[in-house]
Structures are given as structure tokens and as C-alpha cells.
Design a protein around this ligand. Structure first.
Ligand code: PLP
Length: 468
């Protein structure tokens, strides 16, 4: 693999420029001001390299997105070719380019049911915002202007634009900010691990589904437009709802003419072994699927809102008072991003990456589940290459460790020291690697995590955070 180290002076220059001027997303600036950033200068296959040339297996796939792995020359070539042919032109109105058109057709082919129409943006948040505007426009055109309210779930994550963050239900993410509470309603999280002891999974599921129905009835079916849900809740802690939940919630939505938006920003393009997880993994055909991330494997920014024939028929009718679908971005259907996505999908299909995930992703899941035997690990959940470890002080009571211990960070640091990047999320650790890991890579991840967790456990015991 290529070595991409930079000299010490260059590294220092980058580090300072970054610390002083680049306001990073999702960052605690009280510590950032001191410690700045770790600088990465190269990547190849399943790994990234820091400015000193040290390699780390990337256990988080960039940010749940570099599905086909790093260093794919084919993507670079497709992108370069498109830039030389036509790097950009507006798609407003009746203009298009071949990659935008072909990708839309490809997504329509891959998406379940009659989800045959694609609106492009630059990422997942915007895909969800577009879904909201599309849904509002749809119900206005149908002559149901009161049908506007959105229901989503505590611990759901849907993005960082104002609307997507309002739909997001991770309470921590709302601290210090405002959200639109007039439009969005959160119901509780279907996390089986945190259910009342003594409640069966079936009963737990029934209660959660009932809660959705009760919320629709409370707001009034004539006022509720849509339910937003990730098939597996990623950034909220990789929560897999109980068996049957997806189908039952979709049925409730159908009963009250509430549109179901499946946020597949993380779960699509192979992460769970399918191009889309909604139908293939959870047996539902929603009205809208939003996606981004793995759509280009993170090589270029792109997001898509894929919606049904039924919605398209309504929004494409001649509009009252001359209104047209006044929604869109300069970069909607950006030809270079679309060219990267087409090549990315071609690679996923040609290399059988979904089949690989079904096999090696299942092995990954099994190996990480073994860590559930460690004293610190209360729950290992998720599927295939989307896994979370929830660390606890007491496995019986599921009591959490004092947040001051920063257990998630400690484990991430211990892994990093050993050449593995995992993501800390409060007291949890998240794994979402590239989808091309070999069994050997999987063994490295499992063994490194085990060693790191054992080391951190000993430290926490010594410091009195855990009973001895
Ligand atoms: N939806 C889900 C499920 C996500 O995980 C994310 C990002 O992590 C988003 C939406 C937002 O996507 P983006 O960061 O591309 O705007």
C-alpha cells in the first residue's frame, strides 16, 4: 500500500490551519481548541493512514459510508471523464445529463415496489428535508392542506438541517439548539434492550406499534402527514426494532393515510447485504426512501429521495393557480456525483458486495457478538456491518457507567493505539466498516476490540468506576 506521510513542518501547518479556522461538525470546541485534529493523508482498501504514515483499519467506514473501500481508481476515472465531458449544468426544468438520468433509472430499478422517481440533493439531511417538502406539496395538491404533521422516534437520527434535526429524536443533539416543535412529534424508541424487564419482545413490539397509532389519533389522522423511521436506528445506537415492528407500523400508517418514509441513509447500498434494506431485510415497501452516504461510497456528496408512482401522479398533475414544484438545489443531479454513484453501484454489483456482506458481514456480527461475554459489554446489537456495543456498569441491572468515565472514548482510544478506528457514542461504541473486510480483517477487529475493552475495564476498576 502507498505511504502518504507528510513532513513534520507540513503536518504542523495543516494542524494549525485546521485548529484555528476549520469549524468542524459535531465537535466539542472546548477540547478542540487545545488538541486540534488528527490529520489523515491517505487511504487504501479497508484502511486509512495518518500524516506520519501509520495505518488504521477504518472500523467506521469514513462515517457509515465508504462501502466499497478506499482507493478505487475506477471512480476517479469515471469522475475525471465526466468533468471533462460536462462538469455541471442546471437540471432545473427541461435539462439533464446522462449520469443524472441513468442513475435515476438505476435507483428506480433497485428500489422496492413502485418507488420509481428520484429527487437529488447533496446528502442525507437534504434528502429528508426534500421528503418533507414533497409530502406537504403532495397533500396540498390532494386538497388536504391540514395533513402536515410528522411523527418520528426518540433516538432516531435524520440529519442536521433545521427540519431533519427537528425530526431527529436524539435528545442530546437538541441541547442548546431549537427545533420545530409545531410540526414534529416524537414517540418512544423501540429498543428491546431497554424494555421493562418481564415484558416479552412481542408485547413490547405491540406497545410500540400501539403508541404510533395513539399518537396519530391524538394529533388527528387528518393532520398527520408522515412517519419517518430508519430500518435500523444508526446514530441513536444501532437499535434494531423488535421483529414485526416495521410491518405493523407500516400497516398503521396505511390505515390512516400517513406516508411512511424509510430513512436508508445508512442501511442502503450493501451495509446489511442488500441494495435497500426496507423490503429485503424488513419486508416493507415504504412510500419514500431517502438515501445518501453509500450511494457514492462517500467519494462525492450525493443524496436521493426516492418516491412512489402514487406520489408522482399527484405532484406531476397540472397545479392549481399555476404552482409548480418549486423545490431544488443548484446541485440537484450533479453529473459528477451521479457518475461516481453509477460507478459505485456497478462495483457493488460486479463484485457481489451484497453477497460478501451476507457471508463475511454475518461472520463479523458473530465475532463481535462474542464480546458480549465481557463484563463491560451489556449489549451487542445490529446486523452485519452495522454493530453497536453498549457498555454498562452492571450487566444485570443495565446500569450505566458514570459519564465522567467517558467509556466510549476510552475504548476508541485504546483501539486507535492498536491500529483500529471505532466510533465512540456516549457510553457506546459503533462499528460500520467498509464492506470489503476479509475474515482476517474481521478477526483483527474482534481481537483488537477485545484487548482494548479488557484494558479499559481494568482501568475503570482501578479508578473505582466499576465494582471490582
Ligand atoms: N439519516 C441518517 C439515518 C443518518 O445516519 C444521517 C447521517 O449520519 C443522515 C440522515 C444525515 O445525512 P447527511 O449527514 O449526509 O446530511
Amino acid at each position: 500500500p502507498k505511504v502518504t506521510a507528510v513532513d513534520a513542518a507540513e503536518k504542523q501547518k495543516v494542524w494549525e490551519a485546521d485548529r484555528d479556522h476549520f469549524m468542524h461538525p459535531w465537535t466539542d470546541f472546548s477540547t478542540f481548541k487545545e488538541s486540534g485534529s488528527m490529520v489523515f493523508t491517505g487511504a487504501d482498501g479497508v484502511s486509512i493512514q495518518d500524516a506520519d504514515g501509520k495505518r488504521y483499519l477504518d472500523g467506521i467506514g469514513g462515517l457509515w459510508c465508504v462501502n466499497i473501500g478506499y482507493g478505487r481508481k475506477e471512480i476517479a476515472e469515471a469522475v475525471a471523464e465526466q468533468i471533462c465531458a460536462i462538469p455541471y449544468f442546471s437540471t432545473f426544468g427541461h435539462h439533464t445529463t446522462p449520469p443524472a438520468a441513468k442513475l435515476a433509472a438505476k435507483l428506480a430499478e433497485l428500489a422496492p415496489g413502485d418507488l420509481n422517481h428520484v429527487f437529488y440533493g447533496c446528502g442525507g439531511s437534504v434528502a429528508n428535508d426534500t421528503a418533507v417538502r414533497l409530502i406537504h406539496f403532495y397533500f396540498n395538491q390532494l386538497g388536504k392542506p391540514t395533513k402536515k404533521q410528522i411523527i418520528s422516534r426518540i433516538d432516531g437520527y435524520h440529519g442536521s438541517t433545521y427540519m431533519a434535526m427537528s425530526i431527529t429524536g436524539v435528545k442530546f443533539d437538541h441541547i442548546g439548539f431549537d427545533i420545530d416543535e409545531q410540526l414534529v412529534h416524537h414517540i418512544s424508541c423501540p429498543n428491546p434492550y431497554r424494555r421493562d424487564p418481564g415484558l416479552s419482545e412481542e408485547e413490547f413490539c405491540r406497545q410500540k406499534v400501539q403508541e404510533l397509532e395513539d399518537k396519530i389519533l391524538e394529533i388527528g389522522p387528518d393532520n398527520v402527514a408522515a412517519f419517518f423511521a430508519e430500518p435500523i436506528m444508526g446514530a441513536g445506537g444501532v437499535i434494531v426494532p423488535p421483529k414485526g415492528y416495521h410491518k405493523a407500523t407500516l400497516e398503521v400508517c396505511r390505515k390512516y393515510d400517513v406516508l411512511y418514509v424509510s430513512d436508508e441513509v445508512v442501511t442502503a447500498f450493501g451495509r446489511l447485504g442488500h441494495m435497500f434494506a426496507s423490503e429485503d431485510e424488513f419486508e416493507i415497501v415504504p412510500d419514500i426512501i431517502t438515501c445518501a452516504k453509500g450511494l457514492t461510497s462517500g467519494y462525492l456528496p450525493l443524496g436521493a429521495t426516492i418516491f412512489s408512482d402514487r406520489i408522482y401522479e399527484v405532484v406531476s398533475k397540472p397545479q392549481a393557480e399555476g404552482a409548480i414544484f418549486t423545490h431544488g438545489f443548484t446541485y440537484s443531479g450533479h453529473p459528477v456525483s451521479c457518475a461516481a454513484a453509477l460507478k459505485n453501484i456497478e462495483i457493488i454489483e460486479r463484485e457481489g458486495i451484497c453477497e460478501h456482506v451476507k457471508e463475511v458481514g454475518a461472520y463479523f456480527e458473530a465475532r463481535i457478538r462474542e464480546l458480549g461475554e465481557l463484563d463491560l459489554v451489556g449489549d451487542v446489537r445490529g446486523r452485519k456491518f452495522m454493530i453497536c456495543l453498549e457498555n454498562v456498569a452492571n450487566k444485570e441491572t443495565k446500569e450505566l457507567i458514570d459519564p465522567a468515565a467517558k467509556v466510549g472514548n476510552r475504548i476508541a482510544d485504546a483501539c486507535q493505539k492498536r491500529g483500529l478506528i471505532v466510533r465512540p457514542l456516549a457510553h457506546m461504541n459503533i462499528l460500520s466498516p467498509t464492506l470489503i473486510l476479509t475474515r482476517e480483517d474481521v478477526d483483527f477487529v474482534a481481537e483488537t476490540l477485545r484487548e482494548s475493552i479488557v484494558e479499559v475495564t481494568e482501568g475503570l476498576r482501578a479508578e473505582g468506576y466499576l465494582a471490582r
